[in-house]
Structures are given as C-alpha cells and as structure tokens.
Design a protein around this ligand. Sequence first.
Ligand SMILES: NC(=O)c1ccc[n+]([C@@H]2O[C@H](COP(=O)([O-])OP(=O)(O)OC[C@H]3O[C@@H](n4cnc5c(N)ncnc54)[C@H](O)[C@@H]3O)[C@@H](O)[C@H]2O)c1
Length: 349
Amino acid sequence: MKTVNIGIIGVGGIAKKHIKELLAYEDVKITAICDIDPKAIGEKNEQLQLPAEKCYENYLDLIADPDVDAVEICTPNHLHAPMAIDALKAGKPVNLEKPLAMSYGEALQILEAEKQSPAFGMTCFSYRFKPAVRFAKHLVDSGAIGRIVGLNVAYLKSSAFWEGRRLEWRFVKEYAASGVIGDLGVHLIDLAQLLAGNITELCATQNIVVTERKRLDSEESAPVETDDQCSFIAKFANGADGSFHITRCAIGHANTIRYDVYGNKGSLSFGLNNPTVLGVCQGEGDPKDLRLETVEVPKEFYLEQERAFVDAMKGKRDPLFPTLAHGAQGQQVVDAILQSAAERRWIEI
Ligand SMILES: NC(=O)c1ccc[n+]([C@@H]2O[C@H](COP(=O)([O-])OP(=O)(O)OC[C@H]3O[C@@H](n4cnc5c(N)ncnc54)[C@H](O)[C@@H]3O)[C@@H](O)[C@H]2O)c1
C-alpha cells in the first residue's frame, strides 16, 4: 500500500478535523504544515512532532516540498483560489475547504487551473460524508420517494451572540466574501443540488443582526460586514420548490441542521446532529396513512471525507466525490443569493 504524503496549509479550527481523520489511516503521512501564526503551528506540532524545517510560514514552500504529494487548504476564504491554483500548477492534488472561492468568477479560475493540471481537486463538502446524506441519496436515486417536489432546510447556530466574539475574518467581506450563506449555507445548497438537481432561480434576503464588534487587536469597534442570517426560496430544474433558513442568531442551537425532502411517493428527513439515522417515509397505500420512521443507516453508507480524498489519489473515486466543479456550482448559487438580496428580486441561474 503506497503511502500518501500530505501537507496542510492553515492549521486553525477545521484543520483539526482533517488531521484527526488523516492520522487514523495507515497509508497516509502528514509530512508538512504551514501557517502564518506560530501559535497555531506550535499547537498542531505538539501532536504531529514534525521537524522544524517541515513547519512552513510561506505556503509556496510547502507546495514545493518534494515530501508533499498532496495539499489540504484550510485557510480563510480569500486565500482558497490563489493557494489552490498554485498547488494545481505544481501538479499536486488539492483538498480545498468550502466555500470554494470569493466569487463564481474566481471559482472558474480554479477550474481552469485544474483543467491545465495533471492533478485534481476536491471541495470539502463535508456533509456529503454524513451517513444519513449518503443513504438519502441512495434512496432518492432508487426512486423510493418518487419525484422530489419540495425541500425545507434550516441551519441554526447561536454563534453571532457568543459573548466577547470579536471581528474575526468571518465578519469581514475582504476575507470571507459572505457570512452564513458562504460559511454554512453552501453545504446545504450542495446537498440540495445533490438530491434534487440544479437550482434554476431564487429569491433571498439577508441580515446583519450584530452590527459591530471589537477588532481583534484593539478595543475599537468596527462594522460587521457579512450576513448573520439568510433566507431564500428556490426553484429547481425538476419543478421542485425549496425554502432555506440559515442563521447564527438562533440561541439554543449549537449546530442544528434540519433537512426535509418531500417526494410524490414519500419523504426523507435528517438532522445532522444525529447523522447515523434517517427519517424515511415510503410505502404502498394512501399517503394519508404513511408516517416517517427512524431508520439506522446501514454501514455501507459510511465514508470519511479524508478517506475519499486519499482513495481518489489512488484511483478509487467515490460516486458522491465532491469535485471542484461541484464547489463552483455551489459558489454560483451563493453569488446569485448575494445579488438577489442586494437587488431585492428573483435571480435566474
Ligand atoms: N467543511 C466544513 O464543514 C468547515 C468547517 C469550518 C470551517 N471550514 C472552512 O475552513 C476554512 C478555515 O476555517 P477555520 O474555521 O479553520 O478558520 P481559522 O481561522 O480557525 O483557521 C484558519 C488558519 O489559517 C491560517 N492562515 C491565515 N492566513 C494564512 C496564510 N497566508 N498561510 C497559511 N496559513 C494562514 C490562520 O493563521 C489560521 O490558523 C474556511 O474557509 C472555512 O469556511 C469548513
């Protein structure tokens, strides 16, 4: 079994999850890390114990390291495109965090770099690797709930109201491009398009609820520039309707995801706090007598995101593998949402 050597750029919050999964695989070695924050490097390297010369401050040095076969990019959004393009130009596969880029135009530049490269990329649409989602996709494809006619989706967090939260990069347009819609909503958009096909038009509203925060490096306050909540309704190519509410202003919810999918023969329901079960309603007879039942997801629908990336490098691509093109499609919808909310009108995609 050939060992794959992986380098990680940006070893903050989400990198922890990548590292945890990668360290469990016998055929993977994390050979280098990169961060501009020495504290983040120090903390991660307590766990990884890499030699000092494999802890980079400049990401180009990590990409150029011959001991790095593939690159994982876990940095703030504004760095995704330049870093991914440089890795692809160097011929190294890239596992890139979502949202793919700052705009659809930038996402297309990443796709162009992939086209010119012998390497490929993956978008970290992590929810594609929740067992309930994988099982739901299998049931939808097998016709279990018939034609999808509607989706009702919510992503609820309380993180806008956390005490003492400062003006991190997520609240600044220059670094994040958007707020909850790019951070959380893009996952739900990807799942919607995975299950129900493409969104063709939408109408959105956005709101900044906590309007200012103290800067990271001083007691001075500055405006929050990205959305704390976003709602939109969408039409799908197959005629289905969807409604989505995404917020970091829902006190009482640490991280609640509710996903209901309605077909003309049944329905599915999942809550990703409990991703190993799926609500399923299907069967013969009059729908007025049918109810949702909770079903344990069979083990064949379990696969970790990082395993899928490593497997793809070894020529084994999961059917639900989230490509960079899927990331770009999600970005296109995010851009349409931002335009719709700004112009207060329906936007066709
Ligand atoms: N897939 C998911 O479910 C999921 C969950 C959380 C975050 N994310 C995404 O992951 C990305 C990072 O989010 P996070 O919460 O880990 O942020 P974070 O701020 O905790 O970590 C980002 C890290 O990148 C480092 N960094 C910044 N500039 C750099 C540079 N030029 N070179 C190298 N390192 C640099 C920072 O110092 C920090 O350690 C975001 O795009 C976010 O949307 C995805």
